[in-house]
Unconditional design. Sequence first.
Length: 358
Amino acid sequence: MRRGLALGAAVALAAGLTGACGGDAGGAGGTAAAPAGGRPVVGVDYPRSDTDFWNSFIRYVPQFGTENGLELKTTNSQNDISTLTANVQSLIGQGVKGLVLAPQDTAAVAPTLQQLTAKKIPVVMVDTRPEQGDAYMVVRADNRAYGQKACKFLGEKLSGKGKVIMLQGDLASINGRDRTEAFNECMKADYPGITVFGEATNWDGAVASQKLQTQLTANPDIKGVYMQSSFALAGTLQVLKQRGLLVPPSDSKHVFVISNDGIPQELKEIAAGTIDATVSQPADQYARYALQYTKAAIEGKTFKPGPTDHDSTIVQVRPGLLEDQLSAPLVTADGGTYGGVPSVKSDDSSLWGNNLGG
């Protein structure tokens, strides 16, 4: 597992961070720290608890809160922006000095971010990037790379010909847009012989199943499925099984399936040959670095763009907004290279999905 935090410039920080430069509390997103001898109080709003990926993130948060000496106050907005807004008000009332948020609606969160900026409460965003408003740091993987890796994998497996369906997330989300745009652009440029059917699902498994069923009825020769998240995994397997398509890769009826997340079940399905690949989104590292950056913000520390010591890069996505783009490897059964994209085997011990425990 990767350890340590950002290598933005060259100054080592006490919490194991190597960041850009130290700053006074209240500067660059920092606020006053907790009273002497006390643990900083940090609020974490979980975006949802109805997917294996986010439930894994929720399991990691207390571990890394303890490691960073933080007192945590947690809420769950259940994919509802009005609930998130109310949760933030509650956390403010509980005296939090910093917040970790992962809003699924990246436009509607702007007023909440404005309020927190006015109150000098730093925010670290996880998984998603705000359309507007400030955050101390965004902890996220390169979601365009997700779409590109899925494209390369399916493009090579289908030898550049045929039909695929893309079960998109929510196009109101930066993640859904990034994955969709990158997948479509890559297919158009590198595999023009492949027809892509894009279906928006709002990250809803039932919707994804229904749209996959409909497309397979209209296009029974579809040979590839790109699920933008593991939310669609169970439904996709059920639909393929019902149609007699849940067969090994050696069978000519096999439909190649790639997902995004890297949850334990995906890794098991890859090993079993029922799906073929995923992109491992680092649930453990999201929790680790979100809380380390929040602690750094409370201490008034700042960061600059540049490579890190944990296999990622801090980029400036717009003036005043930095994003630590964590590593998210392609995972396959054979650990091969697809369209120039290397992969790791599904049983690789470095994958968080193989280390979650019971």
